[in-house]
Design a protein around this ligand. Structure first.
Ligand code: NAD
Length: 255
C-alpha cells in the first residue's frame, strides 16, 4: 500500500499538469449522499423531478423537491479534507484544474480556483424564457415557483437536468484539459454517467497516468487505472498529501 501512495505522490510531485476529475463520492463525507445505490438520493426521491418536461409540466411539485434536496440541504454543507487537499495542490502548482460532475460548489469553497463544472452548479438560477442568470441569494426560494425578476417566467437551477446538453465552455474545456494533462486524479465516481465518463479515457489515450480514489472499484479501475487508492476520499487524500510532503522534504534535505 505504501508503494502505491509513494508512486502516486511522485507522479503528482513531479508534475504541474495534474487534473482532478471528481464525482459524487468526494462530497459524501461533507454530508451529501450519492444519487444511486441503496443510500442514494434516488432511493428517497423520484429522479423524474430532474426530467425537463416533468419540470415544465409540474413546476410547483418539482420545485418543492428541488428546494428540499439542493437548497435547504446543500447550502449547509462544507468542503472536506479531500476538497481542501485538491485546492492546496493547485496553489502549490501541481494541479492545473478540476473537472467536476458535482454541482455543490465545494471545490471552490475548498480553495480550488480553476474548476470546470461539467454539470453546472446549484448556486445560480436561470430564467427559462429570457435566459438571465441570478445568484441564489437574489431569488425568493420560498415562493412556490421561483420566478424571474425580469420577465416573471419560471426559473430553473443552473445545473443540467436529464438529457440536457453539457454547458459550454465547461464541456469543451474539460476535454481539452483531459487531453493535455500528465496525471489525472479520478476521485469518487462510478464512471457510469455519460458523457462525463469519457474524460478519464481521453486523458489515458493522450498518455496521462491515472490515479483513482474510491471506496470500491469503478468502471475505470480494471480498464485504465494505473494506481488504485482504495478508501474514503478524505483519508486517502490526506495520506497522499503526506506522501507528497515527504518527497518534498527529502528533496530539500538532499540539496
Ligand atoms: P457517481 O458516478 O458520482 O458515483 C459515486 C461514487 O462515489 C461511487 O463509485 C462510490 O463508490 C464512490 N464513493 C462513495 N463514497 C465515497 C467516499 N467517501 N470516498 C470516495 N468515493 C466514494 O454516481 P451518482 O451518485 O449516481 O451521481 C450521478 C451524477 O450526479 C454524477 O455526475 C454526480 O457527480 C452527480 N451528483 C452530484 C452530487 C453533488 O454535487 N455532491 C451528489 C450526487 C450526485
Amino acid at each position: 500500500m505504501n508503494d502505491l501512495y509513494n508512486q502516486a505522490a511522485k507522479w503528482i510531485y513531479n508534475s504541474s499538469d495534474v487534473v482532478a476529475f471528481t464525482g459524487a463520492g468526494i462530497s459524501v463525507e461533507s454530508g451529501i449522499p450519492v444519487f444511486r445505490g441503496p443510500e442514494g438520493l434516488w432511493s428517497k426521491y423520484d429522479p423524474s423531478i430532474l426530467e425537463l418536461q416533468n419540470f415544465y409540466n409540474n413546476p410547483e411539485k418539482s420545485w418543492a423537491v428541488i428546494k428540499e434536496i439542493f437548497y435547504d440541504y446543500f447550502g449547509k454543507v462544507e468542503p472536506n479534507k479531500a476538497h481542501k487537499v485538491i485546492g492546496q495542490l493547485e496553489q502549490e502548482g501541481h494541479i492545473r484544474s478540476v473537472i467536476t460532475q458535482n454541482i455543490d460548489n465545494l471545490h471552490q469553497e475548498g480553495g480550488s480556483r480553476t474548476v470546470y463544472e461539467f454539470h453546472g452548479n446549484y448556486i445560480s438560477l436561470q430564467c427559462t424564457k429570457c435566459g438571465k442568470k441570478y445568484p441564489v441569494d437574489q431569488v425568493n426560494l420560498n415562493a412556490k415557483v421561483p420566478r424571474c425578476p425580469n420577465c416573471n417566467h419560471l426559473l430553473k437551477p443552473d445545473f443540467i437536468f436529464f438529457g440536457e446538453a453539457i454547458p459550454e465552455p465547461a464541456g469543451s474545456k474539460s476535454y481539452a484539459e483531459a487531453s493535455a494533462c500528465e496525471v489525472m486524479l479520478v476521485i469518487g465516481t462510478t464512471g457510469e454517467v455519460m458523457p462525463a465518463s469519457v474524460i478519464p479515457y481521453e486523458a489515458k489515450e493522450n498518455g496521462a497516468k491515472i490515479i483513482e480514489v474510491n471506496t470500491e472499484p469503478s468502471q475505470f479501475t480494471s480498464q485504465i487505472t494505473d494506481v488504485f487508492l482504495e478508501g474514503k476520499a478524505t483519508k486517502v487524500m490526506d495520506r497522499l498529501y503526506k506522501s507528497i510532503e515527504e518527497i518534498r522534504n527529502n528533496a530539500v534535505t538532499n540539496h
